[in-house]
Design a protein around this ligand. Sequence first.
Ligand SMILES: [Zn+2]
Length: 278
Amino acid sequence: MPELPEVETIRRLLGRQLAGKRVEAVTFGARRVTMYPRPAEFKRQLIGVTVLGVGRRGKYLTFDLSNSRKLVLHLGMSGQVRRFGQDAMHKHEHMRLRFSDGETVSFVDARRFGKVCLTDGGALPKPIKGMERMGPEPIATGYSAAFLAACLSGRSASVKNLLLDQRVACGVGNIYSDEALHRAGVRPSRRAGSLKPSEVSRLTAAMGRVLKDGIRWCGTTMKDGGYVLVDGTAGAFQNRLRVYGREGEKCRRRGCKGVIQRKRIGGRSTHFCSACQK
Ligand SMILES: [Zn+2]
């Protein structure tokens, strides 16, 4: 599932490609994801409008439009933003925008957990209402160990579970939470309230670092995962993962002889080293 680094990678690619371009046509595929409003209203609101820029909040991609609306995409489990040119609509393509210079952008989602919404003034439509409750992002300059400590304090849920809460660590999902916990030397099953201040500090730093590394390497493309760059090529961070997807393999921490384990925590498949994560 695309997390902050994957969505940020797409945002950077699209920002360069689309800023200043005017939407000329909107086409819908047969298979639909969650969409708001209806297709006819989408066309009415998008055609003739210019994309001023492409932004991101957590795992949401936002297109700022010249009619002061925003087009908001959530990639769900397997959503992709692709550029197919003038090809016929693809099998899992839900929406395609064509711009005045002939450029196109498509939203593709085989598993259909994604969302495509237009905002109307200040209020967010129901499918993306969750955006209003999102907290700070661990890559933001103001994100602090004091904030994370306050979120974890007194909580009996596992630390892994709380890192997946978008109010605690906005943009973090299953892959980057496992990676950050490994880098911090903290076991994912630990009760959140039991972390020492030094562990919270390490975890704060590790989240920022691993998300930034993920962006630098253009995100994580797993074998079964849907995430690819706009041109269909894979990201490169999967080659640098220390625990995620590495069950049974040797721990990559220097000097550690541990083997990576996989366990379900809070319903999510979680990877860790039982030797160096305490
Ligand atoms: Zn280890």
